[in-house]
Design a protein around this ligand. Structure first.
Ligand code: FE2
Length: 147
């Protein structure tokens, strides 16, 4: 089994993986934009609904990554298993953060604390996707110019 065969098989997965990141980013950025729109205040029920939808997208996507490419990377390159395990831990943490934001959604329109937590979540999620992209490219041995 040659590396080129593996790389050919990895490319469609990588495209799917980046598309899903873009979809998740879109939901987060749209919510951020609407939260910052001073001309209309989003009802907390709508914020909750959008966060619940986001959580579902995230958990489905994370599971797919963990059972798909993370396991494959770990099997192909055992020295990278620690890193894939770390990303799995971050997945857990990110879902917990969203759960807490949902639980406290009544605070979304009062004061700045909830908004600060949401901003922090947005940054953590973007940083995580970046780390993941780098690791998956390295793990699946995809050349840099395929970005
Ligand atoms: Fe991901």
């Amino acid at each position: 089994m040659s590396d080129s065969f593996l790389n050919e098989g990895s490319r469609p997965f990588y495209t799917h993986f980046t598309c899903e990141h873009e979809a998740i980013d879109g939901v987060i950025h749209d919510l951020q934009r609407d939260l910052n729109d001073v001309s209309r205040k989003l009802p907390t029920s709508q914020i909750a609904g959008r966060l619940i939808q986001l959580r579902e997208m995230m958990s489905r996507h994370f599971l797919e990554e963990e059972e798909g490419c993370f396991d494959e990377i770990c099997a192909r390159q055992p020295h990278m298993c620690t890193e894939t395990k770390q990303l799995e831990q971050t997945h857990k943490m990110l879902l917990e953060i969203v759960d807490e934001l949902i639980a406290d959604v009544d605070e979304a329109n009062s004061g700045t604390a909830w908004r600060t937590r949401f901003n922090r979540f947005e940054h953590t999620m973007m940083a995580h996707e970046n780390d993941e992209r780098t690791l998956v490219r390295r793990g699946l041995m995809l050349p840099e110019e395929d970005a």
